[in-house]
Design a protein around this ligand. Sequence first.
Ligand code: F3S
Length: 676
Amino acid sequence: MRRAAMNKIVVAKTAGFCFGVKRAVSIAEELAERGGGCTLGPIIHNRDVTEKLEKMGVVTVNSPEEARGTLIIRSHGVGKDVYTRLSQLGVDYIDATCPFVEKIHKIVAEHSAKGAEVLIAGDSAHPEVQGIIGHCSTAAAAVNSMEQLQELVNSQKSFGQNALIFVAQTTLDMVKWTEFKNFVKKHYTKVQIFDTICSATTNRQTEAASLAKNSHIMVVVGGRHSSNSRKLADICRAHCRTYFVENAAELDTAQIAADIESFSGDVEIGITAGASTPADIIKEVHRIMSEIKNDDMDIDFMAEVDKTFKRVYIGNRVKAYVVSVNNTEAVVDIGTKHSGYIPADELSANPNLAPKDVVKVGDEIECIVTSINDAEGVVYLSKKRVDAAAGLEKLVEASQNNTTLEGVVTAVVKGGVIVTCEGSRVFVPASHTGIPRPRKDEAETPEELAKKLETLLKKTVSLKIIEVNEARGRVVGSIKNAAKEAADAAKAKFWENIEVGQKFKGQVKSMESYGVFVDLGGVDGMVHTSELTWNRIKHPKEVVSIGDELEVYVKSFDPEKKRVSLGAKNPDDNPWTKFLKEFAVGDVVKAQIVSITPFGAFAQIIPGVDGLIHISQVALEKVVDISKYLSVGQTVEAKITEIDEEKARVSLSVKALLEEASAEEEAAEEAPADAE
Ligand code: F3S
């Protein structure tokens, strides 16, 4: 019988070390180079790696008490008590807890401190789950099957009744997690659920399921004690014949050959591996698989396997998972063997933002590879460039639709400023910034201009896009155009809504001898000098200054001529009202002469109310030239002889008092004679 053609082997892109394991192993290797130390438990579930490390001087210990030299806390993490014990013993340690696990520690610590009980989906015997429990300060339970969950609900009636949070071990099977969540939501009404399966696990499981569906045989490579590897094997078994091996030596080549024989036609084989499986073990498994003789096989499998290991090139656009963020960079997992770094200035085009303002642990972002250092296994990336490319499209759209955008002024450059908008740099020429420009006859040095432009730095501004050159990636904007459009819209709204009596608060923008102009929000109104105060003034500067804020009301307006007349006098302070309350005809007042005219003199009775002393009322005799009797500033006694409420006029008479005095004098002279 002719053997089947084994013509395809696919190695999962996500096979092998995840970010957290890669990081922990490289920390252990560095420690070995520095003279050795120990790890608290095996650094990963792979004997080959742990044996190699032991030979290099990094041994495995089982408790802080056994520590020899510097101790590494592995990616699974540990409970709070372990940190305490290490401090008590004075053990020097390096914390290689995976950031995804650290995130769960924070969640449970924070919520249990507030009284919530903690339910964990995961294997209670797994060190990661034990570490999580070690950060809980309230009751915590771990369940790894629907039976255990049901048992918990039945036996511990009070558990989680007040407040409960539900988290998952980072490597939990996603299907199981969905089942658990559905059940938990029904039985614990107050539960708060956190999806804490790490992205590396999610991607690995999704790819394994899809590969297994399309394969006749799957080989899962991983440690017996590796929970994520065991789960991968379970996932694959649901779809096809699956071999779970720790390394190439465990491959049952005879059985696999027999299996291949049993299929008719082409046979597809998939290989995946757990998070703690080194790449050279996966390659060896692939080599052995390809050596299982096949007459029709003519493919260079090593070349194929190399192809299936994900590679990166400068300029590649890749998906990255944020695994940690510090003040200078974000560390990301891009699904390759490399450690990925995005420096702070490549995270965002806005230099005012710190890395934590841009991304957080667990985010999935798109980046561009900017440099690769294969020797050190490091890749540098830029998020800023991806954002800029997407932003450029938005800027083109905004320019076509004349949309107003918002941005932050991030730099002063020759002749203008740079506004970071939609992740792109937009140049705004000085003439479009809206800062006051010198008149044609005025000179301005570049230093003076730069100083003015610096006042805009870090400010959020609205702008219009006035030019986009996609080929050159050059975008020009105008803050002035956006401001003008906003001002025009405000003016139109103003004229639509204006009413007589409407009140405004506005700034005095300019001043003339006849009044002041007040900015009512894009439209200026005029307050005549006589409308500024109840008191008699000659010039507005006596009561206001430019820049003062005035409360005004609309006296009249003309939309055609775009004119608004305003008043600023408060009716409650009207001195005429006050005068009427306090004075009556016949009262004698002391008044100060404020002006002299040919027909009489005006005298101030109270501020804002003047009375007229008609020329005929100045003296007993006939007066021709008032200035011979009265002078401005002089205080005189006079009698109120008339009050015209309608016209708000007061008549005063000095003469009336003089007549009364003279009459009294005469009476006094006559009185002694009578008595005699
Ligand atoms: Fe971390 Fe997920 Fe790996 S939790 S150690 S990245 S499997």
